[in-house]
Design a binder for this molecule. Sequence first.
Ligand code: GNR
Ligand code: NI
Length: 187
Amino acid sequence: MELTERGRSRTPQFMTNLPILIHPDPRLKKVCDPVADLDDDLRKLADNMLATMYDAPGIGLAAPQVGVTKRILVMDCVKEEGETPKPMVLINPEVLQSSDETNEYEEGCLSIPDQFGMVTRPAEVRVGYLDRDGNPQERDFDGLWATCVQHEIDHLNGKLFIDYLGSVRRQMITQKMKKLKRERARG
Ligand code: GNR
Ligand code: NI
């Protein structure tokens, strides 16, 4: 496996990369279950999700993308090389408030490789969640962070960015992904 510069610099050896599910997959369409108690296994899962995200590389990752249908997401939208990374773990996240102002962003998804589409979302959101230590937090996100956290929370509700596109474009992307999966399965 080839590590990116980000992956090499940020992924300690003891963390593991997890395989990322490709759309279409029934696990990507499920409404995920809330985390009832945050134990060491779930903390380890979150750490492995961060390692997987940095290695991909991506700016966010939701548990269903690695086959775990629980309400856990990780993200780090610090994009510039050389800037201090800001890994975040959000458990049971909930959007508490959304701005009327919207942002349009060309979104992609690690579960829909190499496909992109414009999605309009609230420009700012206030999100409540439990952090990695199980402490309740409330935080305002804007810019790319706001887009990303809403994209990830959508995953926890079985929703993908292509669900915001027209049905013709969505079906075309889905057909491409089916073909990609067939090719990968053949090897
Ligand atoms: O890495 C990712 N980039 C991205 C770009 C625009 C909007 C959302 C995202 S999230 C995506 C990683 C991913 O699929 N997370 O679920
Ligand atoms: Ni995604």
